[in-house]
Design a protein around this ligand. Structure first.
Ligand code: SF4
Ligand code: SF4
Length: 484
């Protein structure tokens, strides 16, 4: 599907000759009322509430454990998400979640176009909020445009200062909310407000808040047009059955202003009022066709519907529908919603598979991890009795909040024995106790008679058996020996 790459904010078309430089014009969309505008506010309220309140949700994990429901504990090297506790070596769960998020975005786009951009993206949510501030302090589109044109005077300085100060407060709150996911939120918030937090925390607030201020306050649609990669490849996810915001050209054209006393006979329903253009946060004219600049916010639908109501015309001159349905209506037929298509089925299958895999792996998740590192310097030592000794570093992670006892065994070579530095010597099995929620590191020397070895490398395995019944953890390694 081809999408026009018009930049609506350029005064001069790059192809229009003359200077290659075109100044960017600040877009001041007109406020509209309607079901999509209301939906956008509700979504924004839910998302902002989550962002600012989620760090304060509590989850009891027992004594000594953090009770914050969502926490990225960098010092403790853990991630907490309600009942889940993710250790650093389990970062693949995060990869799985990101993969699911990406495929969900693809599915969402192929079903309903850029619904993410128009309703759910942080850039959209904060830009909407910042524009609301401008609207309350300065006024709607006409007043904001007039203020931009007017020379600096007392009124302009005061209003611009107030707008920027409120933006700063919102941005600081955004930055603070971000940092609260990395520590105990109530304590951190108190320390931040009493200036007792670390320089690192204030730097993070400044960076996140600074980006919020610049992107939502000044860059706005430029982020969607130039910085976000998603708008560049969105067309690859659409097809003629994807629901997108579109103008019903067959019904709207030929457009012309409506004069008092005239009728809508032998003309289109578009009265060329440009309400749709003025309401558009990216400043495009949806009547020119699908464009890269359209973020699917549907505000032009609300704007146009209000005009249709005013002239007693059916709503939906601009509507959220598929290109196929639009073509069907243009030909005098009826459109039909087609959600089940090859690409949507493929996305759902991938989501089901990856989701199932993650749920399965979480359900069978082990709470013990064993890592075995063979020492390389030296690879082996020949003892005075002729036997060969290899050194290993074992790290045992006890991932629950209870002390646990494990039986360690080495297998794979006949007559093999091992010694734990600081523990038993020349044994075939020993018990190791790992404190709650910690990693035990051990230096282990394995000794084997040369006659039982198979050349320079012989396979052997370390097995940990947890006393309370968790299935054994086995790690394969190798035993090095000199050429025989
Ligand atoms: S054209 Fe309509 S849906 Fe697209 S960005 Fe503009 S107002 Fe939003
Ligand atoms: S709001 Fe509707 S009637 Fe007005 S210009 Fe846009 S499409 Fe035409």
């Amino acid at each position: 599907m081809s999408i026009k790459t018009i930049d609506p904010t350029l005064k001069t078309s790059p192809n229009g000759g003359g200077s290659l430089y075109a100044e960017t014009v600040m877009i001041h969309p007109r406020s509209v009322k309607g079901k999509f505008r209301s939906a956008k506010w509700w979504v924004a309220v839910v998302l902002l509430a989550f962002w600012h309140l989620a760090p304060f949700l509590r989850w009891d994990r027992g004594p000594g454990a953090p009770n914050q429901a969502i926490l990225a504990d960098m010092a403790g090297r853990r991630g907490y998400f309600f009942f889940l506790e993710i250790w650093p070596q389990e970062v693949y769960y995060l990869t799985g979640l990101l993969f699911i998020a990406a495929i969900s975005l693809f599915l969402m786009s192929s079903l309903a176009g850029r619904v993410w951009c128009g309703f759910l993206c942080w850039q959209t949510v904060y830009t909407d909020l910042f524009m609301l501030v401008e609207r309350v302090v300065v006024g709607d589109r006409a007043k904001r445009m007039a203020m931009d044109r007017q020379k600096w005077n007392g009124d302009k300085i005061v209003k611009k200062t107030v707008v920027n100060l409120i933006w700063l407060v919102i941005s600081a709150a955004c930055g603070i909310a971000f940092t609260l996911f990395f520590g105990d939120a109530p304590t951190m918030l108190r320390d931040i407000l009493t200036l007792e937090e670390s320089v690192g925390t204030y730097s993070a607030i400044a960076i996140v808040g600074g980006f919020c201020f610049m992107l939502a306050g000044y860059a706005r649609e430029q982020v969607c047009l130039y910085m976000c990669p998603y708008s560049r490849f969105q067309s690859a996810m659409f097809d003629e059955h994807s629901l997108i915001v579109g103008y019903e050209e067959h019904r709207g054209e030929p457009r012309q202003p409506f004069r008092k006393g005239s009728t809508f006979e032998n003309r289109g329903h578009c009265i060329d009022c440009k309400m749709c253009v003025n309401a558009c946060p990216t400043g495009i004219d949806i009547r020119d066709g699908i464009q890269m600049g359209c973020i699917g916010c549907a505000l032009c639908i609300d704007a146009c519907d209000s005009m249709m109501d005013k002239y007693n015309l059916p709503r939906g001159l601009i509507r959220w529908d598929s290109i196929a349905n639009q073509a069907a209506r243009a030909a005098g037929g009826q459109g039909k919603l087609r959600l089940v298509r090859t690409r949507t089925v493929i996305y759902v299958v991938i989501l089901t598979l990856v989701g199932g895999l993650m749920v399965g792996s979480l359900a069978s998740r082990k709470t013990t991890e064993l890592s075995v590192q063979h020492e390389r310097a030296p690879l082996f030592v020949q003892l005075s009795n002729g036997s060969i000794r290899n050194g290993y570093v074992l790290k045992i992670s006890n991932m629950i909040r209870e002390e646990r006892s494990y039986a360690l065994e080495v297998s794979g070579i006949d007559d093999v024995t091992f010694s734990v530095v600081g523990g038993p010597s020349n044994v075939t099995k020993t018990d190791l106790v790992i404190p709650a929620d910690s990693v035990g590191a051990y230096n282990v020397f394995v000794t084997a008679p040369p006659a039982k070895l198979q050349g320079k490398r012989t396979a052997l395995a370390f097995t940990l058996t947890e006393k309370s019944g968790e299935r054994p953890t086995r790690v394969e390694s190798m035993f090095a020996a000199p050429d025989q």
